[in-house]
Design a protein. Structure first.
Lengths: 163, 514
């Protein structure tokens, strides 16, 4: 059963105080849940959050399912989000995404066999001037080539296994 | 008050009224899906377009307040075109499976299409497929494809039942109505969402595929499920009653009713009914004609009272009968000089109330019964009956028609079995009665849709019930039975009211949409 950490609960309580209505606090709280639940928001996590926030689970799901930035399925430890909107697309984003998928033998949106990598194509991340780019965790990796992208991922993989 | 003009007609409405309310006040027709008088305003269907003089753009009537002197219309060509397009957009992803849809005949898409549409669709896109036949528990089935996302059902669970089960999930044309993890939509008021769903997205498990609605007639009456006495519409054909829906009544139930109250067909319809009178003991006996049986009982009672004294007979009454019946029955007891006892089915729960509609007193007319007992001057404590029952020759019971609310029926049959005879006026056919160990007479009574009369609800509000249909021709009302028992005859025509003549099954032309 997923439970928010004490710090997570504090975060939710603070967010609840920030807004007039409880519903307004759903977005940041869902991010917190996603972060603490290994990158995705599970149905149990929604129920838990509903309890903590004291609002109906349906209201949370309405928000959760509206936004694609919340993962409704488990993801690998590294969630590689490749921007595939115009600038990036013109600079080879689709080929890049395909290259990463092929390299780790994983279909888009699925988890590689070692549980490390999930690749998804996302909409513009506002870094068009440095296309193509990708986001992993909270960091941007810009001006990518096929090789540099793999390098970044390998690097992160190593770091995360060493931890 | 504000003055405005609606399609050329002058109206005055209260300050703060919306334009759609002004339309409703004049009785003029206006297309709408998402607005419902009992819910908050959503303004999402964009069908209630009106043209306001001096305003270059069309406005929605449900979310625009009337201003002094507004001149409004919804019959210009511009409006017709706007509604036509609105409808076309609603139909982009609608599966159009009317032939297999339980809502057909009372579907707002069909109704508005016949008014504004009758065009060939101009949308060439492929329809988005969504989930069909989603199981939302024991009462409701959901078809997400048919949903037009008016959000009425969501607002109902948020605002009225306050149970918050429903939500709109996903985005754009993948938006879908549903519950969290497909949990059942099963609160005491959940079937109201089926009533307010303008299309066939939410359907009632009990009613779907039972009848085509255009073959049913409806008539307004009052629910007899509890002492709230909600105004209802019953839908019926010559076979019986098929469903119950709430009728608008601001003083009692607003626009809603509870799910349990929709179950009255269970004890009204013929298959659960006592069809003729019966005399016997331990499952053996013979059928009789109800009138003759009532007469015979009356004569015997008179004889017993004359020969052995009035304390050999007791009458038992329940809050299930109309004021008129109570009076007739109690007067008969008074004339005979016998004691009357009030059978309270669930004494601990009588005063319960859930804050919305449902009351613990599962009788429609406890108030009226108590009043009548006081007026006629009868009524003795129940404990007295319990201690004296074995000395009695006859217990005469005006039994419940809604036996589902009388879980103590068997206990009471056992109790009355200590007397020499028990006589039951009862609508349903119950094995426990036929199996009783003493001598039993059963006389079939009419249910609340088969007789005229009044109920007084928990606060004493007098409400009229109507004779809607006749399901068991032999059954008697308690008034008729009391007359026969006291030696009078029934006039052939005496009880047929005007309203019944006008609106029996074959003459009524009402067909129901909400
Ligand atoms: S299910 Fe019915 S009531 Fe609910 S949003 Fe859809 S169309 Fe409206
Ligand atoms: S609240 Fe009572 S009167 Fe109203 S529908 Fe339910 S049972 Fe009938
Ligand atoms: S198009 Fe890729 S960041 Fe804007
Ligand atoms: S009724 Fe006005 S927008 Fe739906």
């Amino acid at each position: 059963m997923f439970q928010l950490s004490p710090a997570g609960i504090d975060f939710v309580k603070t967010e609840l105080n920030r807004y007039e209505t409880k519903r307004s606090a759903i977005l940041p709280c869902l991010y917190k849940v996603q972060e603490e639940n290994g990158g995705w928001v599970s149905p149990e996590a929604v129920n838990h959050l509903a309890d903590v926030m004291d609002i109906p689970a349906a209201h949370i799901n309405e928000v959760l399912y509206f936004y694609t930035m919340y993962n409704k399925k488990p993801v690998g430890r590294l969630h590689v989000q490749v921007c595939a909107t115009i600038s990036c697309a013109m600079n080879g984003a689709r080929e890049l995404a395909k290259h990463i998928c092929d390299k780790y033998q994983v279909k888009e949106g699925e988890i590689s066999d070692d549980g490390m990598v999930t690749v998804t194509k996302v909409e513009c991340l506002g870094s068009c001037g440095t296309a193509p780019m990708m986001q992993i965790g909270n960091a941007y990796y810009e001006n990518l080539t096929k090789e540099s992208a793999i390098e970044v991922i390998e690097d992160l993989k190593k770091k995360s296994t060493n931890q | 008050m504000l003055k405005c003009k609606i399609n050329g007609q002058d109206v005055e409405v209260a300050e703060g009224s919306s334009i759609i309310e002004a339309f409703k006040a004049t009785g003029q027709d206006i297309a709408h899906y998402c607005w419902h008088p009992g819910l908050s305003v959503a303004g999402v269907c964009r069908l209630c377009m009106v043209e306001i003089e001096g305003n270059p753009r069309l406005q929605i009537a449900c979310n625009t307040q009337v201003q002094e002197g507004m001149v409004i219309n919804n019959n210009s060509d511009k409006i017709k075109d706007a509604v036509k397009w609105g409808l076309d957009f609603h139909l982009i992803n609608h599966p159009l499976d009317c032939p297999i849809c339980a809502q057909a005949g009372e579907c707002q898409l069909q109704i508005q299409y016949m008014k504004f549409g009758q065009y060939d669709p101009e949308m060439a896109e492929r329809k988005v497929k969504k989930r069909k036949v989603v199981d939302l528990g024991p009462k409701i089935v959901l078809d997400t494809e048919r949903c037009i996302l008016c959000s009425r059902c969501v607002r109902f669970t948020d605002e009225v039942s306050k149970t918050n089960e429903l939500g709109i999930f996903n985005r754009g044309d993948h938006s879908e109505i549903g519950t969290v993890d497909d949990r059942p939509l099963d609160n005491p008021y959940s079937v109201n969402t089926v009533d307010i769903c303008p299309v066939g997205a939410l359907t009632s498990r009990e009613f779907r595929f039972q009848q085509r609605v255009w073959y049913l007639k409806n008539e307004t009456t009052v629910c007899n499920g509890c002492s709230t006495g909600c105004s209802t519409k019953v839908y019926f054909n010559e076979e019986g009653m098929w469903r119950v829906k709430p009728d608008h009544n601001d003083d009692v139930n607003g626009y809603w009713m509870c799910d349990e109250g929709r179950g009255t067909p269970r004890f009204v319809n013929k298959d659960s009914r006592l069809l003729s009178a019966w005399n016997g003991q331990k499952d053996e006996g013979q059928d009789l004609e109800a009138g003759a049986a009532a007469k015979a009982v009356g004569q015997t009672l008179k004889k017993v009272v004359a020969e052995q004294g009035s304390d050999k007979v007791a009458f038992v009454v329940t809050g299930q009968y109309t004021d008129q019946e109570n009076r007739a029955f109690l007067s008969l007891a008074k004339d005979l000089g016998v004691k009357v006892y009030h059978w309270v089915n669930n004494p601990e729960k009588m005063d319960e109330f859930d804050g919305l509609l449902i009351r613990g007193d599962k009788n429609p007319n406890t108030y009226g019964l108590k009043e009548a007992m006081k007026e006629v001057g009868v009524g003795s404590p129940w404990s007295e009956l319990e201690s004296s029952v074995s000395d009695l020759e006859y217990v005469v019971v005006a039994g419940p028609e809604n036996h589902f609310a009388y879980s103590d029926l068997t206990d009471k049959v056992d109790l009355f079995s200590k007397a020499n005879h028990q006589v039951w006026f009862v609508a349903g056919d119950h094995d426990v009665l036929r199996a009783a160990s003493n001598k039993v007479s059963l006389i079939p009574t009419k249910t609340y849709v088969e007789k005229d009369g009044t109920y007084k609800n928990f606060e004493g509000r007098e409400q009229r019930i109507r004779r809607v249909m006749t399901l068991v021709p032999g059954a008697l009302s308690l008034t008729e039975a009391s007359k026969l028992m006291s030696g009078q005859e029934l006039l052939v025509d005496g009880n047929v009211s005007e309203s019944y003549r006008k609106t029996n099954f074959f003459s009524s032309n009402e067909r129901g949409y909400l």
